[in-house]
Design a binder for this molecule. Structure first.
Ligand code: GDP
Length: 469
């Protein structure tokens, strides 16, 4: 029937929604095209679960802390700022005082005599922010845009603003490095008016705070501005009494502890012993720890905790929810796994029409990649960024596998089978695996900077990359 409709496709190819509907009509079937989101909603409904909103109506809602992402141009001080905020809080007498990176942390601060909490996502930059949004998880309430006062508004500053505005997330501007010679905070305010960010002192409604992340100047002022912006622009409330729901912000495979995922509770309370599903991973919460590696028994809304007890590693940006029984968690995860497999199979072939199938078979015009990294956030971010590279119609980029952890024999085998290049982001191949790759002529490339990886792949796509040994 498809051939008669003028679609020269084989069984492994995808067709458009229009063609599917036409095919249905031809064959007397009613075809309904369902988005992945709808499909997932239906899956959850079949277990009597609704995801995404607090239950219990107005009375059940209680205030929750704002969740903040720090974005801005490279070298403007995002990482330093996150470190300074974290350390400033530790000084206030937290036991042990040593924090571990779990992907997010909470700080206590004071506003008008009240003790308040703020949650910071500990991965600076808009890649993670965007990767999460792409999966339908809005984890951030407020964006802090860092601009170095001695440098000014730069391309990634603008990008970060665009991302925040596209997500409808209010912005606080941190004018950083005011300790430096040549710092010109007024100029930053001037420049940003062009992007719709008008400082309060100029009659606008965006808070600008002059700080030095390095010299620890006015960090309190920034925290206060975050709370004031949250109070003025947002209604941050959630029901703490329901079964927990939220988003996984980081996950990796730990040698001793197995799959470890940092989740941000968005509503409800997460407890040790809960049956949990995150994306297509599931498990039972065996243990929860915070950024001080202290045990947590109950995590309330906006609290990030590291969860131990998943049977596999969830993806960064996957939503999570707690269900009544282990059995339900497993069934939801398995149904999602099946769906992911189908989608991946479809995606594998999606890019080809009959004309370019020919060239693909000749192994020209396509770069096939396998991505491995040290945590799922970076892997997602890298894949996202790579898939955005466009260098013309003749060349295509395909990611056939991605994952967290070192480069394994299985990765190299797959690379051999599909003529793929392997990218290792902050991970390496064992000597034996590297040897095998070498023997088989498989190219493994190591990176620790996302932009460098993107740059090189872009070059490769342009056909200019020379092999390196
Ligand atoms: P990121 O790329 O935005 O994460 O930037 P980093 O946090 O890595 O900072 C880039 C450089 O600027 C580092 O050498 C920091 O020590 C430095 N830096 C960050 N904040 C300040 C500041 O307030 N004053 C000065 N003088 N240097 C800073």
């Amino acid at each position: 029937v498809l051939f008669h409709l003028g679609e020269m496709v084989t069984a492994t190819q995808s067709v458009s929604e229009d063609v599917l509907e036409l095919l249905g009509t031809e064959m007397n079937y009613k075809v309904q095209v369902v988005s992945p989101e709808e499909e997932d909603r239906e899956l959850l409904e079949s277990f009597d679960i609704t995801y995404g909103e607090s239950t219990g109506g107005e009375e059940a809602l209680e205030a929750r802390p704002p969740v903040v992402t720090v974005m801005g141009h490279v070298d403007h001080g995002k990482t330093r700022l996150l470190d300074t905020i974290r350390k400033a809080n530790v000084a206030e007498g937290e036991a042990g005082g040593i924090t571990q990176h779990i992907g997010a942390y909470q700080v206590k601060t004071e506003l008008e005599g009240n003790e308040r909490l703020i949650t910071f996502i500990d991965t600076p930059g808009h890649e993670a922010f965007t990767a999460m949004r792409a999966r339908g998880a809005q984890a951030t309430d407020i964006a802090v845009i860092v601009v170095a006062a001695d440098d000014g508004v730069m391309p990634q500053t603008v990008e970060a603003i665009n991302h925040a505005q596209a997500a409808n997330v209010p912005i606080v501007v941190a004018v950083n490095k005011i300790d430096k010679e040549g710092a010109n905070p007024a100029k930053i305010r001037q420049q940003l008016t062009e992007y719709g960010l008008v400082a309060e002192e100029y009659g606008g409604d965006t808070m600008f705070v002059d700080i030095s992340a390095k010299q620890n100047i006015n960090i309190d002022g920034l925290l206060e501005a975050i709370l004031l912006t949250a109070d003025a622009a947002l209604d941050l409330r959630a029901n703490p009494k329901m079964e927990a729901q939220g988003v996984a912000i980081e996950a990796h495979l730990d040698r001793g502890r197995g799959p470890v995922a940092t989740v941000l509770v968005q509503r409800g309370s997460l407890r040790v012993g809960d049956s949990i599903v995150a994306g297509d991973a599931y498990g039972r919460v065996r243990r929860m720890v915070d950024e001080y590696n202290d045990d947590v028994t109950v995590a309330l809304p906006s609290r990030p905790v590291q969860v131990i007890g998943f049977t596999s590693v969830p993806g960064a940006g996957d939503t999570f929810l707690v269900v009544d029984e282990d059995r339900v968690a497993r069934q939801i995860a398995e149904r999602r796994q099946a769906r992911t497999r189908n989608a991946q199979n479809a995606a594998k072939f999606k890019r080809y029409s009959l004309e370019d199938l020919d060239s693909a078979l000749k192994e020209t015009g396509e770069l096939t990649l396998i991505i491995k990294g040290d945590n799922s956030g970076t892997v997602e971010a890298l894949e996202d960024a790579l898939l955005k590279i466009v260098v013309g119609d003749e060349v295509q980029l395909r990611v056939i596998d991605r994952g967290v952890g070192g480069i394994t024999k299985a990765n190299v085998d797959l690379a051999i089978a599909s003529s793929a290049i392997i990218l290792g982001f902050n991970v390496r191949a064992e000597a034996k695996v590297a040897e095998q790759a070498n023997r088989e002529g498989i190219d493994i490339r190591y990176y620790s900077v996302i932009y460098q990886a993107i740059d090189e792949i872009e070059q490769a796509l342009k056909g200019m990359l020379k092999p390196e040994y």
